[in-house]
Design a protein around this ligand. Structure first.
Ligand code: GLC
Length: 668
């Protein structure tokens, strides 16, 4: 559709609105006019072959208008603030956490009583993991949604959620919610109707009478859960149909080739936005479009769907940022920020999956070779996009390194991955890690890893052995990894429990619907007696908490840690040390981190190349680095944030006042 046709279509659509609506909701119609060309273009590219495209576009615009009118006043104010400051999420002020409401605090009311915990830690973006209504029993941690407009009654109600979000906002804390956009639960009413034989709803899914089409799909589609849910289709005896179920058999893939499905999910997206969410995490986005003969991942149409979602959200809820959950190869992940004409106009955030796995590689190998190679070969991301940087989340650690990067380091991809799995599952001689292999694929030899950060870093086994030195080493290593996550650029995620060094929680083995999925070992039920020890610095929990809190507080004082400019990787001429430079107009900070269990030295050369004086103070300790001759000394798992002001002072910090004002600005 060209611009003339789009303009004509817009004029026809606008004709149907009354003059009073056009003037009272001028803001909406202005935004619609501004973005309409994209709406027309993207819709045409997805559904251009359909005869009712014009009628469908009218329904889309009506839907947008209805959701705009339903948008609460407070949310509209935030829209306007963020329209004036569209890159608000690049700020160094943001630090996030992610948690399951029930496992963290029992329910929404319990979570509300814990707001002080986030304030104390300094976290100001809380991702509430799936909390919508889902069937009891197996539900993939809530990623099988039964009703997108109801909160799981076991943890509360929609009214309570909205009130909780407001309470968070009053405290300057933003909220992120999940939008499970690729599939519904088999208990969702659409699925139930489809299973009852209703053709309209059967068309919401990929459903087939016999195996001929499923077999063609299967020929090129990989399996996500080969152990627990092999294959990509499930037989439904009640309607005698096969339905596509890429994840578990109770998660039915939505069929976006049906334009009605897009409208349904757009409505859900805007509904959740209107509940007050600041960020929506779009689950499993690489899978949004399937085509025979492909892997069914990362197809161009999946990107078009996301772009259309983004444009529509920019009209109704511009304050809301979209975050892509795309656990795919590095070069594919960056495409979710948008490419070509849409660079920076798809999802503005994504998990930095590559950094996460590369950091675990450093821990197992004590070397930064693959990390450097992997980060250097990643394409640049658009200037208005940012990462969520993290070491742990609720999922397994999949070893998605690019094979060519492993080979470039002189390693064999298959054997190297096997070594990493063996290391973190404690099978490799000398390893102190206590993780478990996840989804071992006997056919391909592929496997992933489960386990909490602290247990993977040896804290659990050191405590069991009563090994004090081992305990301190594991804590140092955990903090060193978080020091990277907090400084390399993007929004750091402090995965819940890590702030006190939570170990694996094996209680899932007693829960029949969780026993088969060992990802639950790193989704702990928080024991608030243990959490209370965070206030006592002689305990492990207290020592970890104090250091995490300090990292977060210092990060917020350093504008050079904002995501406006990417980290510049430096060569410290020592493969056990990561070095990168962060800078802004007034300051530069060189980060040095020793990823090994042996003391390392780094020559002054890297300081000189970074424009940092050897006498510069480390932001965290306030002291200059330890120097031996012309070398900086880094003890095992030590790190430094060496800061230099272009005005000549070392490590000044902004006032707390400025920090608070900026955070408030985000939520207003
Ligand atoms: C995402 C979630 C994961 C879930 C899957 C299916 O990858 O992070 O936990 O199993 O989607 O919804």
């Amino acid at each position: 559709m060209d611009s003339k046709q789009a303009a004509h279509l817009l004029a026809t659509l606008l004709d149907t609105y009354r003059g009073s609506e056009l003037s009272s909701d001028r803001e909406f119609f202005m935004r619609l006019a501004f973005h309409f060309r994209d709406i027309a273009r993207l819709s045409y590219s997805l559904y251009g072959g359909r005869s009712h495209l014009e009628e469908w576009t009218r329904r889309l615009v009506d839907l947008l208008y209805t959701q705009y009118r339903a948008r609460p006043r407070r949310a509209r104010e935030v829209d306007r603030v963020r329209e004036r400051n569209p890159k608000w999420y690049l700020s160094n002020q943001l630090v996030s956490t992610m948690l399951y409401v029930d496992r963290f605090a029992g329910n929404l009311a319990g979570l509300r009583r814990r707001i002080g915990h986030f304030r104390d830690l300094g976290v100001n973006l809380v991702h509430l993991m799936p909390l919508l209504d889902c069937p009891a029993g197996a539900n993939d941690g809530g990623y099988a949604v039964r009703d997108y407009r109801a909160v799981d009654p076991r943890i509360g109600s929609m009214d309570e959620l909205v009130a909780l979000i407001e309470a968070f906002h009053d405290d300057g804390i933003l909220v992120q919610l999940d939008l499970v956009v690729n599939h519904t639960s088999d208990q969702h009413q659409w699925a139930q109707r489809a299973a009852a034989g209703d053709q309209r709803y059967q068309d919401y899914y990929y459903m087939y009478e016999d195996r001929s089409i499923p077999d063609q799909f299967e020929a090129s589609m990989p399996e996500v859960f080969p152990q627990s849910a092999p294959g990509n289709f499930t037989w439904l005896p009640e309607v005698e149909r096969w339905v596509m179920t890429v994840f578990h058999e109770y998660q039915w893939d939505l069929n976006y080739t049906n334009p009605d499905v897009f409208l349904e999910m757009l409505d859900v997206m805007l509904y959740l936005s209107n509940c007050g969410a600041d960020v929506l995490r779009l689950d499993a986005v690489p899978y949004l479009w399937k085509k025979i003969g492909t892997t069914g991942q990362n197809l161009d149409e999946a990107h078009t769907i996301l772009r259309l979602f983004r444009v529509c959200a920019s009209i109704v809820a511009p304050a809301v940022a979209l975050m892509a959950e795309a656990v795919v190869q590095p070069a594919e992940i960056v495409r979710y920020f948008g490419t070509d004409d849409y660079a920076g106009r798809e999802c503005e955030m994504a998990y930095h999956v590559s950094l996460m796995v590369l950091l675990w590689d450093c821990i197992a190998t004590r070397s930064t070779r693959l990390l450097r190679r992997g980060l250097e070969s990643m394409p640049e991301i658009p200037r208005n996009a940012t990462w969520f940087t993290y070491i742990r989340c609720h999922d397994d650690i999949g070893l998605g390194y690019a094979d060519q990067d492993i080979r470039a380091c002189g390693l064999d991809p298959f054997l190297h991955r096997r070594f990493i799995v063996d290391y973190f599952t404690g099978r490799y001689p000398g390893s102190t890690a206590t993780g478990s292999p996840f989804m071992v694929n006997l056919r391909t030899g592929d496997a992933r890893i489960s386990g909490s950060a602290a247990s993977l870093l040896g804290l659990e086994s050191a405590i069991e052995r009563g090994d004090r030195h081992g305990i301190e080493t594991a804590i140092d290593c955990l903090i060193m990894l978080y020091a990277i996550v907090c400084s390399i650029g993007g929004i750091p995620i402090i995965y819940y429990g890590d702030e006190v060094g939570y170990l694996n929680d094996y209680s899932y083995l007693d829960e029949p619907d969780k026993r088969e999925d060992n990802r639950w070992m790193h989704r702990p039920r928080i024991d608030w007696n243990k959490m209370a020890r965070s206030q006592d610095c002689v305990t492990v929990e207290g020592r970890v908490f104090a250091r995490m809190k300090q990292l977060i507080a210092r990060r917020k004082e350093l504008p050079e840690f904002a995501a406006d400019f990417p980290a510049q990787m430096m060569d410290p001429a020592n493969e056990h040390v990561v070095a990168y430079l962060r800078y802004c107009a007034d300051y530069r900070t060189l980060v040095l981190a020793n990823v090994s269990d042996v003391t390392q030295i780094v020559s002054f050369d890297v300081l000189e190349e970074s424009g940092i004086d050897p006498s510069a103070a480390d932001v965290l300790s306030g002291r200059p680095a330890q120097i031996e001759g012309e070398y900086v000394v880094l003890r095992p798992y030590a790190f430094l944030w060496l800061r230099h002001s272009v005005f000549g002072e070392s490590a000044p910090s902004q006032t707390t006042q400025a920090v608070t004002t900026q955070t408030r600005e985000h939520t207003r």
